[in-house]
Design a protein around this ligand. Sequence first.
Ligand code: AMP
Length: 549
Amino acid sequence: MNGQMMQQPLLISSLLTHAERHHGDREVVSRRVEGDIHRTTYKAMAARSRRMAKALAALGVQRSDRVATLAWNGYRHMELYYAVSGSGAVLHTLNPRLHPDQVTYIADHAEDQVLCFDLTFLPLIQAVAGRTKTVKHWVAMTDRAHMPVGAAAAGIPNLLCYEDLIESQDDRYSWPSFDENTASSLCYTSGTTGNPKGVLYSHRSTVLHTFAIALPDSLNCSAMDCILPVVPMFHVNAWGLPYAACMVGAKLVFPGAGLDGKSLYELFEAEQVTVSAGVPTVWQALLSYVEANGLKFSTMRRTVIGGSACPPAMLRTFGDTYDVRVLHAWGMTEMSPVGTVAAFKPRHAALSREARYAVMSTQGRCVYPVDMKIVDEAGHELAWGTEASGDVLVRGPFIVSRYFKDEGGDPLRHDGETGWFPTGDVARIDADGYMQITDRSKDVIKSGGEWIGSIDLENIAMAHPAVAMAACIAAHHPKWDERPLLVVVKKPGAELTREALLAFYEGKIAKWWTPDDVVFVDAIPLGATGKMQKNRLREQFKDYKLPTA
Ligand code: AMP
């Protein structure tokens, strides 16, 4: 017997319609690439999204066609999130930090029909416009007065103006209804090995992920909040926040290209931001600015940190000095992306501050409906609550089942009904279900057959006051095969020796985990999503001779 409830497909357009009808006057504020601060509301944004949906249809965009963006976080980008997916086309958020060759490869692979870009990325557009095979229209996300002209526009065929497209239509448009399993958006993984692979989200997976992240023990989003996603909208849909803000009616603030400490801090304060989200490297810059200028956050209460491990020293600084609660979260492009969040359970209330920080620095516990297990090399599930770490496998309705165009073959391990997705991360899980990542499987250091977790070693180095950034990689060792080599960027003006840093490890880890050597460098290469590129460091130090005692 079937239930007798309304059959309403879970569609992305319903999120914006909800925000328009029930939170219509709530503000969306953006720092624009044109240089000013722009203010709008959900009501006005919904009307413009409908106009854009009509304009795209007039350009010939059909159901399932890919419309790409190369853009910062801003209201026009958000309008496209809804205009493209809401009309049944697929929003493809390209990462502007990639090399033009990669952008061309990905745009061709996705068969993008239209590409919308912020003016900042004009040089990148000029580099790719003559090369991509399928893009028919290039849309500059600006008004007529700021349109590139002359040499700046040369070589970009069919260059259109975003505001002209909006002006060309009225907002009399009803969002179409279709199967909730229809593709809604496409994101390519960072692809440190092989070609980048596309993850194709559906309306259903996106709406379910939105519910999941909005919950109190997830990112805890509410109508009372003012959310500033620092995480880019080209990095897994800004972790779902442009959808969650509509679902709950929160105020949204977009930082545009202003990701330096000063610009972010000023926006946090001026707009009374309560919640933010981003990768650790961004917070490093913000904290340095706030620290150097003796400032405080007057409204910020929570910040979600993920994308790479949040150094425990950072969550302490946020907590002890600024009274900001860090929510450490873990996930990946293939997971929409949020899988776990380090939210407390009742028994943690009685713990000391120290012990609570230890819980907060794990990657957290599963957000419903994600399930997770760790397995050994033979694929057998490992028990929780032991020191054993293993490969992390996940499953759930917003986790990838195969890559776009079946790139790379079947990614799943088929045991059970849905199969499990191997994340490539290595972790242990405690008795309460809190996961602690010890490594990416390819970053693990194998010393004499035993695993050393590079993240633990980096976290300790990061807690040293003279260290700005630290990466730990495997270096070849004649006896142990691999041993840890620590690559360090010092804080400006700080004094630090190899010996002093190695002494800092004493008593904090098993002695044999101590790095064999330290090299000081000016910078550690960061990837397009702000993560340390350890593969490049490994290449750089592949012939490094460790001191042999
Ligand atoms: P991406 O798909 O580019 O978001 O990368 C996903 C990968 O980032 C994961 O598989 C992890 O290796 C890493 N990652 C994400 N969040 C965390 C975290 N909180 N701690 C450690 N690693 C993380």
